[in-house]
Every structure is written in C-alpha cells, then in structure tokens.
Design a protein around this ligand. Sequence first.
Ligand SMILES: [Zn+2]
Length: 495
Amino acid sequence: MSRILVAECKQEISSFNPVIGTYDNFSIRRGPELLTYHQGRETELCGALQVFADSHIDVIPTYGAVAPSAGPLDQQDFERLAAELLDAVTPHLAEADGMYFCLHGAMGCTEELDPEGYLLQQIRHAAGPDFPIVISQDLHGILTHRMLEHSNGLAIYHTYPHVDLADTGRRAAYLLLQVLAGAQPVVARVRVPALVRGNELITASGVYGETIRYCQALEEQPDILAAGMMIGNPFTDVPELCSQAIVVADADPDLARNEALHLATDFWERRALMQPDLVSVEDAVAQAPQYSGPVLFTDAADAPSSGATGDSNVLLQALHASGYSGQVLAPLVDAPAAYMAHDAGLGARIHVVLGGSLDSRFAPLDLEVEVTQLGDGEYLCESWNTPQHAGPTAVLESDNLTIVCVSRSVPFIDRSVFIAHDINPKDYDLIVIKSPHCQWHFFDEWAEINFNVDAPGSTSANLPTLGHRVCQRPMYPLELDAPFTPVAEMFGTGA
Ligand SMILES: [Zn+2]
C-alpha cells in the first residue's frame, strides 16, 4: 500500500502593506491535527484526503501553517516556520512514496522572496531526485522556477471567486496517484508580462473564465495531467510576479509546450479587457444618493484577503463628509477601537479614532459612537467553512454609520463578519466591501449597483500607483507598451 506524506503552508502577502507579518499570524497544525481540522472544510487538503481515503492510501500528516493575508513575513519568523515544517516532514520521507504539499504561492518575506521555492528545494534535497512531490496553487500564486524545479507537478484553482479549493486538492491528489502509477509529468510554463484585475476575471462570467474552461477541457485529454492559467497576486512584488500558463503533460513535452504557448498567447491578446473599471471616490459618493436600492462600494484597495491592512477609512470619511444620509455598513480592522469598546462596555458612548491604525496613509476619523455589540471574533467563514480568528470585535454605531470593528486582520470576502454579529447587509443602503469580488449571491445579486472605487491602499487595482520595484519590467499595465515574446520553459523532461 502506498504512503503519502501531506503538508501545508499557505499565505498571500502584499509587499505594499507596511505592517510586517509574524509567525503568530499562522495557525499551526501538527500531525493528526491536520487531518481532523480539514474534515468537512472547503479546503485543498479536505479534497485530497478524500481521494487518498477512497484509494486506500496511507496518509502521513506532518505540518500545516496557514495565515490570513498580510504584509511581508518577517525573515526570522519565516525561518522558524520553515524549520518546524522541515523538521516535521524530513523524518518521514524515507517511509513515504510521495508527497502532496498544499501551497498558496504568493508568500513573501522581508528577505526571502520565494519562500515556497525554498521549502520545496529543502524537501527535494532531503528526499532525493526520484521522490514524487505534487503541489497545489491558488491562481493568485506566483509559481517560480525553483518551485517547478523541485516539484513534479501541480494543480491550480480554476475559479475566482475561489469556490474550488477542495476540487483543486482532489486534482492534485489524482495527479500524485497517476505519478505513483507511472505517469511521467513534464511541465511547460509560459510567463506572460501582464498583471490583470477587474470584473472580467470572474470565472463564471468574464473572459478569464473562457481561458479556464479551455484549461479544464485540456485536463479531460488523456495525455494532459493538469493545466491552469495563473494570474499572480499583483501586490506580491517579487522577481517572478507575472501571469503564467501552465500545462502538465504525461511524457509529451511537445503537447505541454504547444498548449502552454496557446494559452499564454490567447491570454496576452485579452489583457486589456482584464483591467478594472474604477470610479473616483468623489464620483462614487456623489452618485450613491441617486439609487434607491442597496449600493455597494467595493474598496479592493484595502482588501485583507489580498494582503492589505483592512484599516482604510477613506470611504467612511468621504461618506461622512458628504452628508450621505442612508444607512452605511462597513467592516474595519482596528484593534485600538475594538479594545476601547470592550473596555467601555456594551451600550457605552465613546469617542474613537477610527482607521489608519496600521497604514499611515489613512488619516484617522474622529467619531462619537455607541457600542452596540461586543464579540470574541471567533466565527466560521461562510465561503469555506474555516474558522476565523478576528480577535475582540465591536459593532460601533454613529448616526447612519455602522462599523464592524475587528482587532485582527481577517478576509472580508463574504458576509461572515456581518453574520457573526447578526447583521444582515440587506438592511443597509450602502455596504462597503473590502474584497475585489465576492460570490455573486452574497451581495451583487440583490444590490442595485456596485461602484469599484479608486481609493488608496496597499492592494489598489490601480496598479501603476503602487510603486512596484522588484518584479520584471516592462510589465503591462505598468508599461502599456510592454512587449511579449512567448517562450516555454520546460521542467521534468530530464534534459
Ligand atoms: Zn486567490
């Protein structure tokens, strides 16, 4: 019977977030904890473990580290994490037939800019050249030469917003089983010098979805083991940041190369469609009162899920200053305000300074608020059924503003933080959403309009304003005339 070693290390960072991330941001699971945690979750490991169980494969759970998105991870903290992971993995390599390593792909540290590549290199070094290693990647991951050099194949998310985490884990597990059964994966990647954002990335409705469906059709072919179109996280400013077409074929380099070149060329031709349609803060605030139905203000520039601080008050400031009279609902990461509310107690009226506690580009907003709810910040994410740890929370109300304040950064990709406080967003006239996109039925289905607001922040879709310094240049749209010469890099050919 085969024995498969499993491990996990996932985080996504924004290089433009001024707050350095720490080890303490990670939820660590060791050994059997990894198995019990993933039962019943919408996660890659849940999907992979089902496949291994169905195939009567013996699983060796080793180590899992998962953190919410954040700023760059402190180098020493990464080294501690890496040492723990490698110490948990390496003693079991001799007894295992292969490894599934679940990664996000958009980690970054204050020094090491390819942490996942480092981990894979260390595992490969300990395991030897013939040990099968299959990984999985978020489509926002930044797959590197080193990661490909030290792994045998990969599965990539096919949905945005992401609803196929478990399916990606299943595909990775099947790929690993195929390798154990004798498949010889060759990987072609074609790097595309384009960063993309905007509504056309929604895979259910946008042009990016057409690319993904082509990848899925490829995966139906007998000689193709996996395919994907990765777009990278544009805020992770690392040397290999770009979009990339990936095709994994079984012992057929020409097939992998040709399909990856086709995917990349087609994607490049549509790059201009995959750019955001942004509205200035002033225009959005001026137009909002004209709508009778709920209005959404998408503040993707301050999306914790993309690596921002989540403490931008720019839209609250603008709405407050404009005299907008509708009921406004907004989430905010603000530990000092949340703790102050807990100290004051339920029902207290307090003066707070809201926003800008982490990212100094946001000027503090002084408000008198009533503390209408207090919570412990422990709740489940409605998208993935995974536990969230938002720290002490408080719902603060000031005239027409309702602010759900959390003290630790958590993704605001859905309604979880509102549901946790018995708040129904439908009861509000204007909802601030700190995520580039959410699943359609969460908000857009019942809202009248969604303004994608061009506010400042470390995950702004207005990419040329961010100040990339590390990624390769020229890069569209940082340089609108960036050229593209399609070249396939090949891995696993033995060449
Ligand atoms: Zn993602």
